[in-house]
Design a protein around this ligand. Structure first.
Ligand SMILES: Cc1cc2nc3c(=O)[nH]c(=O)nc-3n(C[C@H](O)[C@H](O)[C@H](O)COP(=O)(O)OP(=O)(O)OC[C@H]3O[C@@H](n4cnc5c(N)ncnc54)[C@H](O)[C@@H]3O)c2cc1C
Length: 435
């Protein structure tokens, strides 16, 4: 079998590459997906009457073309929501983001947060070492850092925050002005902050229809599932694919996690192998739960910075779409992260999750669980530590010479979203067409 462009991975970035190549050129392309269906991380499963995503997958669209593309793919199957997210802290739920909304917390906590923040305004101290920890202290002060920024991010990154840098945080961490911080301490401020103040979500079918619609616009046989790539010969321009054997290609687009792709393309020159070992990510463990009670919460999701809770976020999918849970029931997703080597059995973690959900009042002792599903994401969040940028520079210089594109959240080894994956595919197709 041969093709002009072989695309590894039928997630959104791989499908988008093929879709845009079809629109821009007569080049042939083939998408090979290891899993049983398309979508990658943006897939949904039906379990006992519920439709579960792999944690929450909401559409935050910022690019005009991204908006047009998603609307054309989902048509009438889209609803827009104004975010309602909270932070559970000191037994109360404050509005997101914590740094702008301390109203409702115990007075000593508000005082500590305000005093620390005002110090940063009056005596600004540039962050000394580029670390996320120092940056939080310089940007928000000691109180906001102690009560939210540091414990929450430690739960997500599972690395010392001195080792994490600030490259990833750009649009993702809102930086309110002093007047907004004061207003949000004195009043229940309703102003929305951040990159995701509104979001779109399919009315039916969870997030799966997005990838399904994209795949349906490809040519028959252009995307093949259950076809894992097991080896790549970059010089010989061939790949070994389960079910297909040897596939010859002129150009290669990878969207699988970069370290795994490099392992397929080995043996690697020594500097590339050593750069590959410096790419790190966390794992995300998500418990999807179907509960026999309508409106377990009115919110879209709640952050849990406190260490006594074993999860960092709980979301309520049935508040994005009524159709992902049967009538009278609610759908929740509960997320925790783990670093390499951190082990705990799922039954033990599930017990701690359930205790935490009851402890914060989300679940009642009488609540019945109708459906449950564990989702284990081996690649959750790419860790932005000091090694990442130089390692990527070395690896991408090697891949450019080998005429390989490596794109998407894990192919490019970055923090990005579904819209980013769709746009990565478009840009990659344009680059391939230009040669
Ligand atoms: C916990 C979590 C929450 C998220 N929440 C949101 C959100 O709310 N909104 C949002 O916009 N984004 C969210 N994202 C990000 C979003 O999931 C990704 O940006 C997007 O889905 C990435 O698409 P991709 O195609 O780049 O990668 P992937 O979806 O990972 O696709 C890569 C594909 O390659 C396949 N593959 C791997 N190895 C091989 C092989 N050897 N052979 C063949 N195929 C292979 C995989 O099976 C997979 O299908 C979240 C991500 C995580 C982890």
């Amino acid at each position: 079998m041969k093709t002009d462009v072989l695309i590894i991975g039928g997630g959104l970035s791989g499908l988008s590459t093929a879709y845009h190549l079809n629109r821009l050129s007569g080049m042939t392309s083939l998408v090979v997906e290891a899993g049983a269906k398309v979508g990658g991380q943006a897939v949904s499963e039906r379990v006992d009457g519920f439709v579960f995503d792999q944690t929450g997958h909401l559409l935050h669209l910022h690019h005009p073309y991204g908006k047009r593309l998603v609307r054309s793919l989902l048509g009438g199957n889209l609803a827009e929501h104004c975010r309602d997210s909270r932070i559970h802290s000191h037994g109360t739920a404050t509005r997101y983001p914590f740094q702008a909304n301390t109203y409702g917390l115990p007075v000593p906590v508000i005082e500590e947060c305000l005093a620390g923040f005002l110090e940063t305004v009056h005596w600004p101290r540039p962050p000394a070492d580029g670390s996320f920890r120092r940056w939080c202290l310089a940007q928000f002060g000691s109180g906001i850092s102690r009560h939210f920024m540091l414990p929450y991010n430690e739960k997500v990154w599972r690395r010392p925050l001195d080792e994490i840098n600030t490259e990833w945080q750009g649009p993702f961490v809102p930086k309110p002005r002093a007047a907004e911080v004061l207003c949000g301490a004195l009043t229940d401020q309703t102003k929305a902050f951040g990159y995701n103040t509104t979001f779109l979500y399919p009315k039916q079918g969870g997030i799966q229809p997005l990838a399904d619609s994209l795949a349906s616009r490809l040519k028959p046989g252009q995307v093949l599932t259950n076809c894992r790539v097991t080896a790549v010969d970059l010089e010989g321009r061939t790949a070994q694919v389960v079910g297909l054997g040897t596939v010859r290609f002129k150009r290669l687009v990878n969207t699988a996690p970069l370290p795994a792709f490099l392992d397929l393309a080995g043996p690697l020159p020594r500097p590339i192998g050593s750069a590959r070992r410096r790419l790190r990510c966390n794992r995300v463990l998500c418990l999807n739960l179907g509960v026999a009670r309508a409106k377990v919460s009115d919110r879209h999701w709640i952050y849990f910075p406190e260490r006594k809770f074993p999860f960092y976020r709980v979301g309520f999918a049935s508040n994005f779409s009524r159709n992902v849970a049967p009538p009278g029931a609610s759908s929740l997703y509960i997320e925790a992260a783990r670093g390499p080597g951190e082990k705990e059995s799922l039954p033990s973690l599930e017990r701690r999750f359930m205790d935490g959900l009851r402890g914060c009042g989300l679940l009642r002792p009488s609540d019945r669980v109708l459906a449950r599903q564990w989702v284990l994401l081996e690649h959750g969040y790419v860790v932005y530590d000091r090694d990442r940028a130089p390692a990527l520079e070395t690896i991408f210089s090697f891949l450019r010479k080998a005429k390989v594109e490596s794109i998407g959240r894990y192919g490019a080894w970055k923090y990005s979203f579904m819209e980013g994956a769709l746009l990565d595919g478009k840009i990659c197709a344009e680059r391939l067409v230009k040669g």
